[in-house]
Ligand binder design. Structure first.
Ligand code: NDP
Length: 342
């Protein structure tokens, strides 16, 4: 995980950062509604210290929009096919806008059937997954989501990239506490983290990835320049990457990670990725006092020695940013202002 840069020398309020990012999206061909959703997402990542998917990603969004690889004006088509199944064609737009279009249908299905699946295809996902599941937990539901991506991860024992970093996230409500939110790549390290390590000129830990010839390396540049990452946890993690690949691409009717082809779109960075989401109303399972039981479980985890709960670091960063603003280095802010045309 990338720590905040100690040289950050200015602080922005969330709404100030969101407004700046919205301008960048709109000025680069994004519909106002989509710009609002993406800016909220990206500013939220920066605020929460999810830095690999915060403002660092803005040039990538802009590159994809300017190249025509992604359609910032796309209006998703969300259809409820049956009691619980919502299918969304993002029409080559961003997955977050597609999920927003599915949201009312998902919530109707949850109320009526206790469960809802959103299967999003023809979409681009370039961010963290926690913003996609956390709102469901805040509404009392459990949600799980999976996204595939651009092939840059070798299967266990392999030498060729097959999977994306294939993140999976879940969230659940906890009585008297912030929700439990787990959000992780199924690669040893998220690609954004490797890029930040490369920018910082630092090696990555042993076991992170391979170079273009399939040989183990700790050089982030070698991993990024035709090499690939390993999955976490050996063959078991490799099977989680496989699960994500099947859910996010095959179940949704989206592309497999190795089918991404940016040729003809110089500057494009957002992988075309499917997204699968399942939301569950735990009350339908006959679990009385679900949130109370989760609070009990979380207490036991900490009592057992786990140093903190997943999501706790982000919530602490969020609370600090609400007090003092979001720390951003002057140079980074200037780069954003230039992208915004200021
Ligand atoms: P991390 O390894 O940093 O964290 C994974 C999860 O573990 C988080 O929920 C984190 O909580 C939790 N955690 C970390 N340390 C501890 C600890 N000591 N005790 C308990 N829980 C802990 O995430 P990754 O590097 O794997 O992924 C980073 C981001 O990259 C994710 O948001 C992911 O969605 C995103 N991503 C996006 C992709 C895309 O294509 N869109 C592709 C791949 C990744 P906390 O957040 O509080 O630190």
């Amino acid at each position: 995980m990338v720590e905040r840069n100690k040289t950050r020398d200015t602080h922005l309020r969330f709404h100030e950062l969101k407004s700046l990012l919205t301008t960048i999206f709109v000025n680069n061909g994004t519909a106002a509604e989509t710009a609002e959703i993406l800016a909220e997402n990206c500013a939220g990542c920066e605020r929460d210290g999810a830095l690999s998917h915060g403002i660092f990603r803005m040039p990538g969004y802009v590159g994809s929009l300017r190249s025509g690889w992604v359609d910032g004006l796309a209006v998703p088509d969300a259809t409820r096919l049956g009691p619980s199944f919502i299918r969304v064609d993002a029409r080559n737009g961003f997955a977050q806008r597609a999920l927003a279009a599915a949201d009312p249908l998902v919530r109707n299905a949850l109320r009526e059937t206790g469960i809802a699946i959103a299967a999003i295809r023809n979409s681009h996902h370039f961010s963290a997954l926690w913003p996609d599941v956390e709102p469901f937990a805040l509404s009392g539901y459990m949600a799980i989501t999976a996204v595939n991506g651009l092939a840059n991860v070798v299967p266990h024992g392999g030498r060729q990239a097959i999977y994306g970093t294939n993140p999976i996230a879940f969230a659940a409500p906890v009585e008297g506490a912030p929700p439990l939110v787990v959000d992780q790549a199924s690669s040893v390290m998220a690609n954004g983290e490797v890029r930040l390590q490369a920018l910082a000129g630092k090696p990555v830990p042993v076991g992170t990835g391979v170079d273009r010839d399939g040989n183990a390396t700790t050089d982030p540049h070698a991993i990024l320049a035709g090499g690939a990452l390993n999955t976490f946890g050996g063959y078991k993690g490799s099977s989680i990457a496989l699960l994500v690949e099947i859910l996010a691409s095959a179940v949704t009717g989206g592309q497999l990670s190795f089918e991404n082809d940016f040729t003809g779109y110089p500057g494009a960075q957002t992988p075309k990725a499917g997204q699968f989401l399942i939301a569950i109303d735990p009350n339908w399972g006959g679990s009385t006092g679900f949130e109370t039981r989760l609070a009990h479980l979380c207490t036991r985890l900490i009592d057992a020695g786990q140093d903190r709960l997943p999501g706790a670091r982000r919530f602490a960063n969020r609370a600090a940013a609400e007090q003092s603003g979001i720390p951003i280095a002057q140079g980074e802010l200037q780069r954003l202002r230039t992208l915004a045309g200021e």
